[in-house]
Ligand binder design. Structure first.
Ligand code: ZN
Length: 344
């Protein structure tokens, strides 16, 4: 690794980007690198990206909205088919990689991959539409390697009500977990699947806080005080995350960083560090990590892609973090919380 601080990152949409770009060369484009996109193996190596949560996210059909202005969820059949396709892509990449990428299922897998400099991929689903109320698919996907799950993306489904994208807005929009949602949380606890709160609304967040016996984790969200977007975390939510030994992965998306909520790629990387510093000051550096949202949103042009991560490490250092802090933020905190979440 070029970086003394290997970065394990809480959220990327690289599988979806590859799937949507089509073609039969998705595996080789990931392994050999390409111009497009924020993450491929070559950019990861150049920037010290050691691994991360690789999301399967199924877009809303035609980006259509319902009468409330909420995005419509895909059907279970469509979501399961597309989720299987993204999981298959990750499996194909691992098989073709000759050890350069490992799908990690245990803490030992994570540590071994980081030591061997094999990209440590953890399979995640963002919005559990692929799973029906009987939860059958959850148990089967777990056996295939699923280790983290967000019950919702920013739209309602049978489990909960995802927080709509609103600026300026509190995250307190809509109802909490459904009965099926409660079953899902209990099953995730039982299996040892980490529950991701990033797209939950506030009621759903508190319902999970009450029910779950695992650390509270928001894989890619920022501080609401600095950017009043509905996707961000209030101070009260941050405090609850701290109380359970959980963590916040700081999102690099400009929409979730800027106090004016403007989608402008000409945004200083230092603003990512500012959100990290705020969360660290509020709840402690043990609860701060990174959740890039690479390949899923507009990030600062100066960061550009995974190869630019050393510039972010510099910005974090300028914000006052020392080497010990940077080890925690860059990867140790993620490994710790995943291990504790997986201890079913
Ligand atoms: Zn997301």
């Amino acid at each position: 690794m070029h970086s003394p601080f290997p970065v394990f990152d809480g959220h990327n949409d690289t599988l979806l980007r590859l799937q949507m770009s089509g073609g039969n060369d998705q595996v080789s484009r990931f392994l050999n690198g390409e111009e497009a996109g924020n993450i491929d193996l070559q950019k990861a190596r150049a920037g010290g990206l050691a691994g991360g949560l690789c999301a399967a996210y199924v877009p809303s059909p035609g980006m259509a909205k319902d009468a409330n202005g909420d995005f419509l969820a895909p059907s279970q059949a469509e979501a399961l088919t597309k989720t299987m396709s993204m999981m298959r892509l990750l499996i194909d990449i691992e098989r073709a990689s000759q050890g350069a990428l490992t799908i990690c299922r245990t803490g030992e897998d994570l540590r071994h991959s980081l030591e061997q400099e094999s990209f440590a991929a953890v399979f995640h689903i963002e919005g559990a539409e692929a799973v029906a109320a009987d939860l059958d698919a959850l148990y089967v996907l777990y056996e295939a390697g699923l280790r983290t799950l967000g019950p919702v993306w920013s739209r309602p489904n049978i489990f909960a009500y995802g927080v709509p994208f609103r600026f300026q807005s509190s995250p307190d929009i809509g109802p909490g977990l459904t009965e099926s949602g409660k079953d899902l949380i209990r099953a995730c606890n039982e299996l040892g699947i980490m529950i991701d709160l990033s797209h939950m609304n506030e009621q759903g967040f508190w319902d999970i806080a009450k029910l779950s016996n695992a650390p509270l984790v928001a894989s890619h969200s920022n501080a609401h005080v600095l950017c009043p977007h509905s996707r961000n975390l209030t101070d009260r939510q941050l405090d609850a995350i701290k109380d359970t030994g959980g963590l916040v992965g700081i999102n690099f998306g400009v929409l979730f960083m800027r106090e004016d909520g403007v989608k402008n790629a000409q945004t200083d990387i230092g603003l990512i560090a500012r959100h990290a510093a705020y969360v660290a000051e509020r709840i402690g550096v043990d609860h701060v990590a990174l959740g890039s949202d690479f390949d899923g949103t507009t990030i600062p042009a100066a960061l550009k892609d995974a190869a630019g991560l050393p510039r972010l490490i510099d910005a974090l250092r300028s914000a006052g973090f020392n080497d010990e802090d940077l080890m925690k933020i860059s990867h140790l905190n993620w490994i710790s919380v995943l291990e504790r979440s997986w201890a079913a």
